[in-house]
Design a protein around this ligand. Structure first.
Ligand code: ARG
Ligand code: ZN
Length: 477
């Protein structure tokens, strides 16, 4: 599903060297211009300046059905490498006349591709799976694309060197893919602007549990292998999908707001690692009072005994490394609204995710009788103007600064300052209107500023200039 027009440019324009793509010349479909080809290639990227090859143009994926067969590493001292064999059944819509289109796939090998039931030619060029459908796909038609693929799983890292994607562990895998790690485990339009529904059938050795997004719809064991099936019918950005495998115990209950909870708790951790999860139910009630109804069919936590060094707001099932602590539990739960229901239009908009999730922690602290949000703001503002912390453009953090401190704390301070400026009524109306208007899709900083002005009736250009576009400490706003 796509909430915006998909751009249609050449592979070369998207930054993929034309020289490495064999085949006919790179043509752009231009149906209005006689004499130029009608069919063309879908772009190799969704057009995000930070990650030019993430996602693709010319297609809109509606649904991924991922049938995964996974074998974790043999006992130590064997290397930390697993084996993954997958069949991805992808329902997509052509948004342009396509004689070729791409999916993102990294470190795994495609072995067969069909489009609308017909075998399709394909090749892998770096992290792009280039598919040539025959017959060609006309704009507006839907097609089922089936990709068989597989290979050895390792421990991929992002551009900062942090573990992400399908991270192989001794007893399974931790699967957390922000921002562009989904391509390490399935063929995908790996950009938030193409949200889709998902279903999963994950087969693992008997005794292990595979945990994905949404509701558990079954598990069956045969010949020493268990297949876990999950259904995630709410639109989801690819980076929020998971299929984490481990030695988990599933804990299921219903929260006070009625949301079904499925926690996956690693049997190899002490109960103290999970104690704070008892607050989840109260937090759901609290955040619903701020933001409106919890947006998805279920919630829960995955706590693995291994670590990627951070937690992630995987949709409906937040991921925690080793321990789930109160502040982080509040943060990842708040992301379900702010980041998951409405996702970044461009990765440069990440402060809208992290600022809201961090500000939600501040408000939860106040609700619990600790520091008020105003006190936390004042502490943050005590940082002297000379501090290099202020030398940061929140709304353009650069690809290596996506998860830098100011994205979180100055992002949160921006929201608190905005709340003081426009008043509580306008501020919380802004939060709810944001979710109503852009829920199920994506939105960016300019959308946020526009909506804040609309809801408050104030001109907020100078405010946002000082807070998110200027690399110095805001002095007046
Ligand atoms: N969004 C996550 C959080 O704020 C952080 C993800 C960090 N990811 C990474 N690749 N370093 O909880
Ligand atoms: Zn976060």
């Amino acid at each position: 599903m796509s909430s915006r027009r998909t751009t249609f440019v050449t592979l070369a324009a998207a930054g993929l060297a034309a020289a490495v793509i064999s085949g006919p010349s790179l043509a752009v479909a231009a149906p209005d211009q006689p004499g130029t080809p009608r069919y063309g290639e879908g772009a190799a990227g969704a057009g995000d300046p930070y990650f030019p090859l993430a996602g693709n143009g010319g297609t809109d994926v509606l649904h991924y059905d991922l049938d995964l067969e996974y074998t974790p590493p043999a006992a130590a001292p064997a290397p930390l490498e697993g084996h993954l064999a997958g069949v991805a059944t992808i329902d997509l819509l052509a948004t342009a006349d396509l004689d070729r289109f791409n999916l993102d796939l990294r470190g795994l090998t495609a072995t067969a591709v069909t489009v609308a039931g017909k075998p399709a030619h394909f090749e892998q060029v770096e992290n792009e799976l280039v598919i040539t459908p025959r017959p060609k796909l006309k704009a507006g038609t839907s097609a089922q694309v089936v990709v068989s693929y597989g290979g050895t799983t390792t421990r991929p890292t992002d551009i900062e060197g942090a573990l992400y994607g399908w991270v192989t562990t001794r007893d399974g895998a931790m699967v957390v893919s922000e921002p562009d790690g989904s391509a390490t485990w399935f063929p995908v339009n790996d950009h938030p602007t193409d949200k889709s529904t998902y279903s999963f059938e994950i087969t693992v050795p008997e005794g292990l549990v595979a945990v994905a997004n949404g509701l558990l719809t079954g598990s069956t064991t045969e010949a020493g292998r268990t297949t876990w099936t999950w259904d995630a019918p709410d639109p989801m950005a690819a980076y929020l999908a998971t299929a984490t495998v481990g030695n988990f115990v599933l804990d299921q209950y219903t929260a006070a707001n009625g949301t079904p909870i499925i926690d996956a708790l690693d049997a190899d951790r002490p109960a103290t690692a999970y104690a704070d999860l008892a607050l989840t139910s109260d937090m759901l009630v609290f955040f619903e009072s701020l933001y409106g109804p919890y947006p998805f069919n279920s919630y829960g936590a995955i706590v693995d005994d291994d670590s990627v060094g951070y937690a992630l707001e995987t949709q409906t099932r937040s991921f925690f490394s080793r321990n789930a602590r109160e502040g982080t539990i509040a943060h990842e739960l708040a992301h379900q609204w702010m980041g998951d229901q409405v996702s970044p239009e461009r990765w440069a908009d990440i402060w809208l995710n992290e600022g809201w999730a961090t500000y939600s922690e501040w408000m939860w602290d106040e609700h619990r009788g600790r520091d008020t949000a105003a006190q936390t703001f004042d502490e943050f503002m005590a940082t002297p103007a000379e501090d290099e912390e202020w030398d940061f453009v929140v709304a353009d953090p650069t690809p290596l600064g996506l998860f830098a401190g100011p994205v979180y704390d100055r992002g949160a301070a921006t929201l608190h300052a905005l709340r003081v400026k426009i008043g509580d009524d306008a501020f919380f109306a802004l939060a709810r209107t944001w979710l109503e208007r852009f829920g199920g899709g994506t939105a960016g900083t300019r959308d946020f500023i526009g909506l804040a002005e609309e809801v408050s009736g104030q001109d907020l250009d100078a405010f946002f200039e000082a807070w998110v576009y200027t690399p110095s400490k805001p002095a007046s706003w």
